[in-house]
Design a protein around this ligand. Structure first.
Ligand code: ADP
Ligand code: MG
Length: 352
């Protein structure tokens, strides 16, 4: 479906490993004072002053986490960086460095890796992280990308999953379900394309949700906003698997319950209309669709005046004593237990 705009195909074997690494990493610039030494030695050197360091890793495997028939490599590189920065943001920290490791089969020409690295470079530049190292190896099947991100946070600013208290407000950023519905649209177009390769997809009705799927943005702006508002959430997590499973993580790790209000869950109009078209319930998608990379947090009632009316932050419920359990209060005002259906690669694989 994605047309090949790059007809030139240079086999990786033509360069060899060292030339390849040199070629792919030449574009990276060091911006952070805390990066003492970047790519080129046996290890990078960081000097993060007196802050606390957060470290996080994500592994993306072709066929499990992404499908190259509709994900352009440039977007994949961008997204691989974003999912890590999102985890750093969820600790209320600022991402400063990443390392990038790839395993790649010889079916990929150099030009494909250039695209992947163009996406990585764009993300690193826009989010101001230094690429300080990585590893490159061959794979017998497909592409694997592992990115590790390092971030900094002042000791008294770090936010974990475990700090939520009864009566805290449950707050979410942005809107939910878009990335999952974008994926549904892309999968449908892939099927159409299989039957008729001449058929160019018209995605103009779905631009927002397709972008949510292909080009997610980590909510670094929210970390800055919270600082500006002088609000420190009592707990925080990023939404990679869907609202329900993230709520359950916070409740379990904080030993609290929750009342979540269906009518408060923020949905983009395009998510609502696409759900209608696909005949799926939009609340189910918000609860169980993955990859929105919004932040879910709990905030003390005292801080409510500071966040009230902020268009980035929506109060969707409140925390309760653990004994009261975890419930969704539906529009019809019935109470339904929250369970993690999850939208995980494991579940997907089990179906096969
Ligand atoms: P080593 O043999 O010690 O693992 P490499 O030859 O693999 O060293 O790597 C040389 C340098 O290039 C190191 O600084 C390493 O971190 C960096 N590097 C290797 N592969 C990548 C990659 N895919 N992306 C970014 N940096 C890389
Ligand atoms: Mg190496």
């Amino acid at each position: 479906m994605i047309e090949d705009k790059n007809p030139q195909r240079t086999p990786l074997s033509e360069l060899g490993e060292f030339k390849l690494i040199e070629h792919l990493t030449a574009q990276f610039k060091i911006n952070h004072k805390s990066t003492v030494l970047g790519i080129g030695d046996d290890a990078a050197i960081l000097n993060p002053s007196k802050k606390q360091i957060v470290v996080t890793t994500d592994l993306l495997v072709e066929g499990v986490h992404f499908d190259l028939s509709y994900v352009p490599l440039k977007h994949l590189g961008y997204k691989a960086v974003m999912v890590n920065i999102s985890d750093v943001c969820a600790m209320n920290a600022n991402a400063t460095q990443i390392t990038v490791s790839i395993a790649v089969s010889n079916r990929f020409p150099l030009e494909a890796l250039e695209e992947l690295y163009a996406g990585i470079e764009t993300a690193a530049r826009l989010y101001n992280v230094d690429v300080v190292g990585g590893d490159t190896t061959s794979s017998t099947s497909g592409l694997i990308i592992s990115i590790t991100a390092v971030g900094e946070v002042e000791e008294d600013k770090v936010v974990k999953r475990s700090g939520a208290k009864p009566n805290d407000l449950l707050v979410v950023t942005g809107d939910l379900g878009g990335a999952y519905m974008g994926l549904q649209v892309l999968e449908r177009e892939k099927e159409v394309f299989k039957v008729n390769p001449q058929n160019q997809p018209d995605l103009s009705m779905y631009t927002y949700i397709v972008e949510r799927q292909l080009k997610p943005e980590a909510r670094k702006d929210i970390v800055d906003l919270l600082k500006e508002l002088d609000v420190k959430p009592t707990s925080m997590i990023d939404i990679s698997d869907g609202l329900s499973s993230e709520i359950i993580h916070i409740c379990k790790q904080s030993n609290v319950g929750v009342d979540l209000y269906e009518n408060k869950i923020p949905l983009d109009p395009q998510v609502i209309s696409t759900c209608e078209e696909f005949n799926i319930d939009s609340t189910t998608i918000a609860l169980n669709g993955g990859e929105d990379y919004e932040l879910l947090m709990t905030i003390s009632q005292e801080d409510f005046p500071k966040i009230k009316g902020n268009p980035n932050l929506t109060v969707i419920g409140y925390m309760t004593e653990a004994e009261r359990g975890m419930h969704l209060i539906t529009r019809a005002e019935t109470k339904v237990p929250i369970i993690a259906k999850g939208w995980k690669s494991f579940n997907e694989n089990e179906k096969q």
